[in-house]
Design a protein around this ligand. Structure first.
Ligand SMILES: [Zn+2]
Length: 447
């Protein structure tokens, strides 16, 4: 591994520049905001929001047809709330005309059970990376500190293996699969973490919790030489899971909250408050009638990414619920604070050989299939899998079913029985509406 100072001052800035990203320019801006006052940040936020809305109204045909000229941040109320089905049918009409950067196609939304294809650009990506770097700086970590990621599907990791390995090695990042939750993988993780070569760990909340419980079962506590911080992302972090992670890894846990399609929304500070990234996103929390909630009142989280200029998704309905905190944080950061998030949760599933697999491994298969609008996977006690799919009218269902069966066989093994059920409208569950991968097999029966 390269020395930390070399990665921080030379390799990381060069890596970002070669990828066409202005990450370090954003980092400087964001860190200046962190040192400024609430009033200064609010003034900057309002200017940036107005500029973004004006850009969308002038340069994006979909908005030009629906919204009149923008004068101030208050004009945001004239923009319609945007859900995934609207983005899907708008397609390229949401792309900015004459935009100065190439658009980058992305697919996401799997963890919300509703896949979506949308477009990003290098500036939006730079902002996203800079937000992560700034939040890590709150804990004294910077580019070059050694990171272990519990991330990605085995398929995704294999596809970019060579390039990823090289760039990860240069940047001090170690990638471990988050989806294969068998003992052999976790034993490697235990060995790696106790070797003292990791400054912090980053991964899915449920995968971190599972690894933590494995460490505890083996009597391992990583106090000396273990990571200094664990960052949990992509799913709801349960209190019990947080306690297990702290106990096993001997490090504080910071929660990161966001979504690929909307952007990184908030990050916990060292005092445990979830600060909204007020210089990168505009957050609204709304009641069913569209009015803003009071402090402490739970509502729908609606998001505007201020740097999604190539493909603006304004007032985007994330499907998550949240509440504004009644109390400011004592850490001195000028960003507003969320008190609660009701987001996504994912169960782990059981392979035909009995090993546990992270539920998100299935999402990677479902979200890639054109025509899939919503889905829910339920593994029954007999290990068979029910895949319920809401698909477009025009979808070739037999062909889609064949692809899904093949994909499931790769993740859960070829002897797993699969039942595909197509429906015009997937009815949400009365309880657990944020759960799209469910497992009815008790934990101890799997692994
Ligand atoms: Zn704080």
């Amino acid at each position: 591994m390269l020395p930390r100072f070399l990665v921080k001052s030379l390799i990381h800035p060069l890596h970002e520049r070669l990828r066409g990203r202005s990450t370090h320019t954003f980092c400087k801006l964001y860190m200046d905001h962190d040192r400024g006052s609430v009033a200064e940040l609010q003034a900057w936020h309002e200017r940036c929001l107005t500029e973004h809305l004006q850009h969308a109204q002038v340069r994006v045909s979909w908005y030009r047809e629906r919204v009149r000229a923008v004068q101030s941040p208050a004009d945001l109320a004239n923009f319609p709330l945007l859900d995934k089905s609207m983005v899907r049918s708008a397609g390229q009409q949401l792309a900015a005309e004459g935009f100065d950067l190439p658009l980058i196609p992305l697919a996401t939304g799997g963890s919300s059970g509703e896949p979506l294809r949308f477009w990003s650009d290098a500036r939006r990506e730079s902002s996203q990376l800079a937000i992560k770097l700034r939040a890590r700086a709150w804990f004294g970590l910077h580019a070059g500190h050694r990171e272990t990621d519990l991330w990605g599907s085995p398929i995704e990791l294999a596809a970019h293996a060579r390039m990823r390995k090289l760039s990860a090695w240069m940047l001090g990042v170690r990638l471990l699969p988050a989806f294969a939750l068998q003992d052999s993988t976790m034993a490697k993780f235990r060995h790696w973490l106790s070797s003292g070569r990791t400054d912090f760990v980053y991964g899915y909340a449920s995968a971190l919790a599972r690894y933590a419980r494995y460490l505890l079962q083996h009597g391992e506590r990583l106090e000396l030489g273990g990571p200094k911080l664990v960052i949990s992302t992509a799913e709801v972090l349960l209190d019990a899971d947080r306690a297990d992670i702290v106990k096993a890894m001997g490090a504080p846990v910071a929660n990161e909250f966001g979504c690929r399609d909307g952007g990184l929304v908030a990050h916990e500070c060292p005092r445990g408050s979830l600060h909204v990234m007020h210089d990168a996103v505009h957050v609204e929390i709304l009641r069913p009638d569209g009015s803003a909630t009071a402090l402490g009142e739970s509502g729908e989280l609606v998001l505007t990414n201020l740097w999604a200029r190539g493909y603006p998704m304004i007032r985007y309905r994330t499907g998550d619920r949240a509440a504004w905190s009644k109390q400011a944080c004592s850490c001195g950061l000028p960003h507003p604070v969320l008190s609660a998030i009701e987001g996504r949760m994912t169960d782990s599933l059981v392979r035909d050989d009995g090993a546990r697999v992270h539920g998100l491994a299935l999402i990677y298969i479902l979200r890639e299939q054109p025509g899939v609008q919503r889905f829910r996977c339920t593994q029954r006690r007999d290990r068979s899998l029910l895949v319920e799919v809401e698909a477009a009218e025009t979808t070739d269902r037999p062909a889609l079913e064949l692809l899904l069966r093949r994909g499931v066989a790769k993740v859960l093994g070829s002897s797993t029985r699969v039942e595909c059920c197509f429906t015009a409208t997937l009815v949400p569950l009365a309880s657990g509406k944020h759960r799209f991968i469910l497992c009815e097999i008790p934990e101890e029966a799997g692994s």
